[in-house]
Structures are given as structure tokens and as C-alpha cells.
Design a protein around this ligand. Structure first.
Ligand code: GLC
Length: 427
């Protein structure tokens, strides 16, 4: 097993003001683990620093791996050891079931504000009546496209995956002929990790092929629509998507798109503020829409993602840690993060806030996509979710890389998942 080390960044941020007078006796140093994808770390830092300054405490910022899968492995290692090194954990929307035993119940502190948050996320974060984590930001898979190139080739954003494939090929070929030999049609997350589960669930759901395991725990993945969806995606590799996509996470895909070398990209909302940022080669050339349907009878499908903040039960400063979590997940802080980083709020009212909508218009335009995003089967599969996802992304990755056929691999996957859950009855 890979061993992960904690990277402690910019360590203790002591504030002069905090060290005088009565505060000295109570000042504590709290460690918070934050994601480091795009602007995540920077915004976590400024938010946590503001809290530290206000309360006279200090912050240790713990940077974590970009891959959600590696991040989970790191957390499991720390938590299994009962480590008190991290007080606040940033956890994925699919982890409450896996990690709930390690976190304290936040319901008492959250009770006056909880109604403001999306009920589905609150429900997701509640395990056996315990509020394991506060919703911080929500995610849904989006289609980014080059507005300028679609206009140049006189095409509209695609409604189906077939249309996307055709447009991507046409523009890729045209742009290569015009001199950009680095141009690709479509970049996405194809590495064997949680991000591929998110992408592949979108393909499958868009062809009405379900969600791997349904809400009752029944294994549904072995179906022809799912096989069609994954086979179609395998056809993109080396035609409209570089072979390297099989090792892309979010940031590799963004790198290609943001440097101007892809027509389409599947990614999460955070990319918006970077693609529109001053350094970006494609500033003002970016459109955002829903991901395509799987054919005329298909549906628009975006996988629900997002991150929460939880307090470790091994923390020596649970009260302060809870205060930090309530601060970071508050409406003011979520608004700042939405404006500066395009992190989608988990507080419904912020979707009507003019400043938020000005900074990230897609939050209003695609509101339905966010509230109707499709959940991965983490509630039904509970502590086994990561194993389920791991088997799914591996099965899909083999098809994408050409070493297996979709129908055969999905049949194998289904038998394995049925064994894992005693026929889908007991996860
Ligand atoms: C994003 C999502 C998260 C998902 C991850 C996969 O960070 O918010 O839910 O698991 O991507 O890469």
C-alpha cells in the first residue's frame, strides 16, 4: 500500500493581534485539510486565515493529493491511526458513509442554519441521524466548449454524444489543417480513479443505463445501454481525444483546454473562473452547457459531486474546529468562493445573488443541472462505495484502453458486485 505523508503548507499563520491579552491562553492551532485542485488551496487558505484572525487562533493548512481516490487513501490512513494531526477534513460527497465513524455530529451547532442548505446534500451527509459534515460546495459535470470555434464552424453546442463526436472531429481536423497540430476534439477524465467513475456514470445515465447500483441496492450495471455508452466513449480515444486522456484527471484536462488545444472539455464548475482568468489563453471564448444526451431517446445527465467539511473525533479542539467549519460553510464565505473561484454554493439563496450570477452566469443558467445531478450509489452501498467505484472505473478503463469489450466487462463487474453485496441485499 502506498504511504501518504502530510504536506503542511505555509504552516502556522500567527497574527500579532491574536497573541496579546486574554487570547493567549486560548489560542490554538487548528489543522485543516483542503483540496488543491485549481484555486482550492488558495481560497481555503484565505478563508481559514480570516477565521484565525477573527478568533485569535492559528491555522495549519494541509494540502492533499488532487486525485479524490488518493485523498481518500490518505484520510483512511490518518483516521485509522486515530491521528489528531488534522482537525477539519474536506470530504467528498461520496464519503460520509465510508468515514462517518471518524467524525463528530454537527447537528446541534448547525441547527439554526441547516434549512438554508440544499436538503439533498444535508440528507446525503447525515448517516444514522448524525450530521457528519457541513456542505461546502457542490459540483456537477459540465460541458465546456470553445464559443469562438463553434461560431467559426457555424455549429451549435451538441445535444447528443454523436453530435459532439462529429463536431469535435470536424473542428479538430479543420484547426489542425489550419496549423494547430496540437488541437484535440474532446478532453475529459479517463484515469483509473474516482473521476472516471463520474465521467462514465454520465455516459451510462445519458443512455438510460442507470447508476451502477440502484437506490435499493440492486446491481443494474449489466445492461445494453450501459455497454453502448461505454463503447461510444472508447471510440473517442485516439480519434477526438488523445491517448493520454486515459491518464487525465481534472487538472490535466483543464491544462489542454485552457491552453487552447481542445474544442470540448468535460469538467466541474471550478474551471470557469480559471478559464476566464487573466492568464488564460481562451478568456472570453468559453461556453458552458449541459453534457449531451445518449441519442434522441437519452437524457441529459451530470454526476453530482461536491465537498463537505467534517470535524475529526480525534481532534483536541473540537469546539473551535466546529466554529471554523461553520465559518467556512457560511453564506458569506460561500459567496466569496463562488465569486472568486466559481465554487457552487450549497446554500440555495446564493443562486439568486446578483454578484454571484454576474461572476458565474452558468450557476443561474444551469441551475436545474445542479439540482437534478445524478448521485453516485454511495448511500446504497455505504462503506463499500469505494470498492464498488474502484471495480467500475477499472472495468471501464479496460474498455477505453481497448483491452476488453464493454458487454463482457459489465457482465463480469455485475457478478462481482452481486457477490460483494450478497445479491444486492446486503451492502
Ligand atoms: C470533484 C467532485 C467530487 C468527485 C471528484 C472526482 O472533485 O466534486 O465529488 O469525486 O471530482 O474526481
Amino acid at each position: 500500500m502506498k504511504t501518504y505523508k502530510l504536506a503542511t503548507l505555509s504552516v502556522a499563520m500567527a497574527f500579532g493581534a491574536a497573541l496579546v491579552g486574554a487570547n493567549v491562553a486560548h489560542a490554538a492551532t487548528l489543522a485543516i485539510s483542503c483540496g488543491a485542485v485549481g484555486q482550492e488551496l488558495e481560497l481555503c487558505k484565505t478563508g481559514a486565515e480570516a477565521w484565525a484572525k477573527k478568533t485569535g487562533n492559528q491555522i495549519n493548512l494541509i494540502s492533499t493529493p488532487n486525485s479524490a481516490t488518493e485523498r481518500l487513501a490518505l484520510y483512511q490512513q490518518l483516521l485509522a491511526a486515530g491521528a489528531a494531526d488534522v482537525d477539519v477534513f474536506q470530504i467528498d460527497i461520496v464519503w460520509p458513509g465510508i468515514l462517518s465513524n471518524h467524525f463528530i455530529d454537527l447537528s446541534a451547532q448547525a441547527k439554526d442554519v441547516l434549512n438554508n442548505y440544499f436538503p439533498a446534500i444535508v440528507k446525503n451527509n447525515t448517516v444514522d441521524g448524525k450530521l457528519v459534515a457541513m456542505p461546502w460546495f457542490t459540483d456537477a459535470g459540465l460541458l465546456y466548449y470553445r464559443k469562438d470555434l463553434l461560431a467559426k464552424y457555424n455549429v451549435q453546442p451538441p445535444q447528443t454524444w454523436q453530435e459532439l463526436t462529429d463536431i469535435a472531429k470536424k473542428i479538430q481536423d479543420g484547426e489542425r489543417a489550419a496549423g494547430n497540430d496540437k488541437m484535440w476534439g474532446f478532453v475529459w477524465q479517463g484515469r483509473a480513479y474516482e473521476g472516471l467513475t463520474c465521467n462514465a456514470m454520465e455516459w451510462v445515465a445519458s443512455y438510460n443505463g442507470g447508476t451502477i447500483v440502484d437506490e435499493k441496492g440492486k446491481v443494474t450495471i449489466d445492461n445494453p445501454q450501459a455497454a453502448t455508452a461505454i463503447t461510444a466513449a472508447a471510440g473517442w480515444v485516439k480519434t477526438i481525444s488523445p491517448e493520454g486522456v486515459l491518464n487525465y484527471t481534472e487538472e490535466e484536462a483543464r491544462g489542454v483546454f485552457q491552453s487552447g488545444n481542445a474544442v470540448f472539455m468535460r469538467n466541474w464548475p471550478y474551471v470557469w473562473s480559471l478559464a476566464q482568468g487573466p492568464e488564460s489563453a481562451i478568456k472570453d471564448k468559453v461556453g458552458v452547457s449541459v453534457l449531451p444526451k445518449g441519442g434522441a431517446d437519452g437524457r441529459y445527465a451530470a454526476t453530482l459531486g461536491g465537498w463537505q467539511l467534517a470535524v475529526s473525533k480525534y481532534s483536541k479542539n473540537k469546539e473551535l474546529a466546529t466554529d471554523l467549519v461553520m465559518y467556512l460553510t457560511s453564506s458569506e464565505e460561500q459567496k466569496r468562493r463562488a465569486i472568486q473561484g466559481a465554487f457552487n454554493p450549497t446554500i440555495e439563496a446564493l443562486y439568486k445573488d446578483p454578484e454571484v450570477l454576474k461572476a458565474a452566469p452558468f450557476m443561474g443558467e444551469l441551475y436545474d443541472t445542479f439540482v437534478n445531478a445524478i448521485a453516485r450509489p454511495s448511500t446504497a452501498t455505504g462503506t463499500k462505495y469505494n470498492q464498488v467505484s474502484n471495480e467500475f472505473w477499472n472495468a471501464v478503463h479496460e474498455v477505453l484502453s481497448g483491452s476488453a469489450k464493454a458487454d463482457a466487462n459489465l457482465a463480469k463487474l455485475a457478478s462481482s458486485l452481486k457477490r460483494m453485496s450478497r445479491g444486492g441485499r446486503q451492502w
